[in-house]
Design a protein around this ligand. Structure first.
Ligand SMILES: C[S@@+](CC[C@H](N)C(=O)[O-])C[C@H]1O[C@@H](n2cnc3c(N)ncnc32)[C@H](O)[C@@H]1O
Length: 284
């Protein structure tokens, strides 16, 4: 299978994967994971392994899964350079349970995390629902799912339909301009089509590429309903990935959600809840 994120993986750490960001986010993740007694963690859409490596340094037993071969290669390289123990598995998170089983990864996990824009690639409720079924199957009873997505209510029109500079690097070995021309998907206004133009001079090799990724922004009410109907109780929502502020839908561009796998009586783990159950009172 060709790598759908090869170009992004090539430059990921130079643009987005900054060490300070991972350290700060992992400090907050660590606090939440400790509150829930979680030690064994799966990172869905782990990218180049930034969160996994920081969590492994804190002694967590960690596995990262990503659909991009190059992201996984970079994550393995970085973790071995840092001398930490973490496993990285190639695969689509929509089939996470069977991929982990086939790779002889021990199940269940105490917690699943998904950071950055990994879940933005799930473009509709059905795709996110598939992930939630996988996560339920992977988690231990009372296990927790911690993830962040973007808030559709804060997707402003001034980000759309105009050419913007997304990123610039001007260093000795690499000069790069990442321009973007974003637009809303015609059939779903909550999907931002992230249309990028990459201008790269990488050690003398000049490159020009256009890349398009549709990214879903989420509505909090819809998200909570989906979680409940798939057997998760939303526990807390924050408006950032550092746990500084409780989420307010008119203000925050980020939704960081902590939810817990609910006990289920007589149904198979492999099927979605047919009846929407009322979960525990939500403190979000
Ligand atoms: C924006 S990156 C975030 C990486 C990392 N979580 C971080 O915060 O640095 C999104 C990642 O999701 C991965 N991804 C997208 N769709 C996926 C899928 N269906 N299954 C597994 N990984 C996926 C991409 O390969 C990419 O590494």
């Amino acid at each position: 299978m060709s790598d759908p994120f090869r170009l992004e993986a090539e430059y990921y750490d130079r643009i987005w994967g900054l060490a300070d960001r991972y350290k700060a986010e992992v400090e907050f993740l660590d606090k939440v994971l400790k509150e829930h007694g979680a030690r064994r963690i799966l990172d869905l859409g782990c990218g180049t392994g930034g969160h996994c490596i920081e969590l492994a340094k804190l002694g967590y037993d960690i596995v990262g899964l990503d659909i991009s071969q190059l992201m996984i290669e970079k994550a393995r390289e970085k973790s071995s350079m840092e001398g930490v123990k973490a496993s990285f598995i190639l695969g689509d998170m929509k089939q996470a349970h069977s991929i982990l089983k086939n790779a002889n990864i021990r199940l269940p996990f105490d917690a699943v995390i998904s950071m950055g824009s990994s879940l933005a690639h799930m473009l509709d409720d059905e795709s996110l629902g598939k992930i939630l079924v996988e996560v339920r199957n992977i988690l231990s009873p009372n296990g927790v799912f911690l993830f962040c997505v973007s808030n559709a209510k804060c997707l402003r029109d001034d980000r759309i339909d105009q050419l913007r500079i997304d990123n610039m690097i001007d260093e000795k070995d690499l000069q790069m301009a990442l321009l973007c021309y974003n637009f809303r998907d015609k059939t779903d206004q909550d999907i931002l089509v992230w249309n990028t133009i990459w201008l790269v001079n990488d050690q003398g090799k000049i490159d020009f590429k256009i890349r398009t990724h549709p990214l879903r922004w989420y509505r909090i009410e819809n998200l909570k309903e989906l979680l409940r109907s798939h057997g998760f109780a939303p526990l807390h929502t924050y408006g950032d990935t550092l746990g500084h502020e409780p989420f307010r839908s008119d203000e925050h561009g980020t939704i960081f959600l902590i939810c817990r796998k609910e006990a289920r009586e007589s149904q198979s783990e492999d099927t979605v809840w047919e009846n929407v159950k009322e979960s525990q009172p939500c403190r979000c």
